[in-house]
Design a protein around this ligand. Sequence first.
Ligand code: HMG
Length: 440
Amino acid sequence: MTSVGIDAIEIWTGNLVLDLPNTFAPVKGEDPEKYTKGLGLYTSSFPDVYEDIVTMGANAAKRLMVRKGLTPDDIGRIDVATESAFDNSKPVSTYIAGCLEQVFEGDFRHANKGERKFACIAGTQSLDDAYNWIKAGRNRGRAALVIATDTALYERGDPGEATQGAGAVAMLIDEDPDIVELSTEQGYGSMDETDFLKPNQQFPSVDGKRSMQVYLARMREALEDYESVAGRTHPDNFEYIPFHTPFPGMVRKAALLGFRHMSRDTEIEDELAEEIGRQPREEQFDTWDEYEEAIRAYMDELKTTDAYREWYDRVIDPTLDISSVVGNWYTGSVHIARTSALKAAAEEGTDMVGKKLLVGSYGSGAQAEIHAETVQENWLEEMDALNIDEQLDARYEISFDEYELIHDVHNHEKEVEVEELTQPEEEFVFTGWGRMNERR
Ligand code: HMG
């Protein structure tokens, strides 16, 4: 059986950018370093008034199809992963297919279309669905288009407001892929949780602190489950470890946990013991609280060690470059992290062929999934073809007043006449609910 995986990636950022330390923090009366040092965020992407999950997804997919020279006949499946859907009946993939049919010859009449939902992990679940469909031999030689698209907006005043973002990632899943091969080995950590949810509401109800604990608990279970099928992991087995990145500060915690877990009973543990002066498990504790406090103290020491810092800078930090300037893209977030790492490797001239990535996906509600990917021969051409820096540089920077207006428009509290605005050419735009087909 041939290999199956990600053949191409394109991203589409929301067209606006908000400067967090210089524009957002001063109005909120917060120290800018809470954003840059604490959360690890500098700017966030926002959707302009003529952008939504359909336009962003369609724009990313159009770029991908044009670049790969594809027509609708080449695609047998379109899955959209989103937690910002506006239609409880028609999947967002039908809206996106409708947009694409306006610019490509032919149609997606014989493609299976769907929508996947499990908070941010739905993007990875859609990749799995596409992988399984191809491996089962049901694809008739055609590829699958997976689009992860979200407007991650929070209620104004909610602590989550600092971590907002908007954008789409389109991925082509095919046989003999150009970027990474997926595998059958996966691990899951999944439990019913209610720390982050949107029951019939525009913005999520969030218990932020609890959501971070749940993320770490599920991620740890997924790693253990992954090891039960793939064998012991070691921190040096993987060139990069892209995690779901609601904000880089969250990944700093996940990385610490992952490193601690993967380095247990290895030579790294001896190195750490020398630097820190003790092994954590040599101590005995009378109560759970004492144990937790000791683990926290150990982790605080661990993150200052040379062994950890060197590994973090090499394996984790490059996965955060894009996220730190676009914010949370929910379903697209972990796919941004993978792209960020490969883009960094391309810029540094690292030979990635055959190297492994360990990908940690997560969705509130809550589920984590861990799998490994192997980088393929043509990865560099694919990374060189991306225009991420141009897209990020072209974003229009908004003032705080403009931010509030945009936020109200996307919350359906204000309307703006789109026709009166200067809209970009050659891009799908939303021109009103009464005229859904007039996206162009
Ligand atoms: P907060 O309470 O406003 O922030 O909200 P904080 O006071 O906890 O500060 C954040 C960090 O900045 C802390 O670092 C502070 O110490 C530090 P930590 O202790 O955690 O390492 N800090 C500073 N550092 C330097 N200089 C300063 C300074 N001040 C503070 N002056 C919170 C933070 C994450 C709770 C909030 O943003 C939130 O609710 N976010 C939304 C929920 C979220 O993103 N959760 C993450 C896990 S769940 C997930 O990832 C799923 C999700 O993507 C959705 C889905 O799956 O669908 C969200």
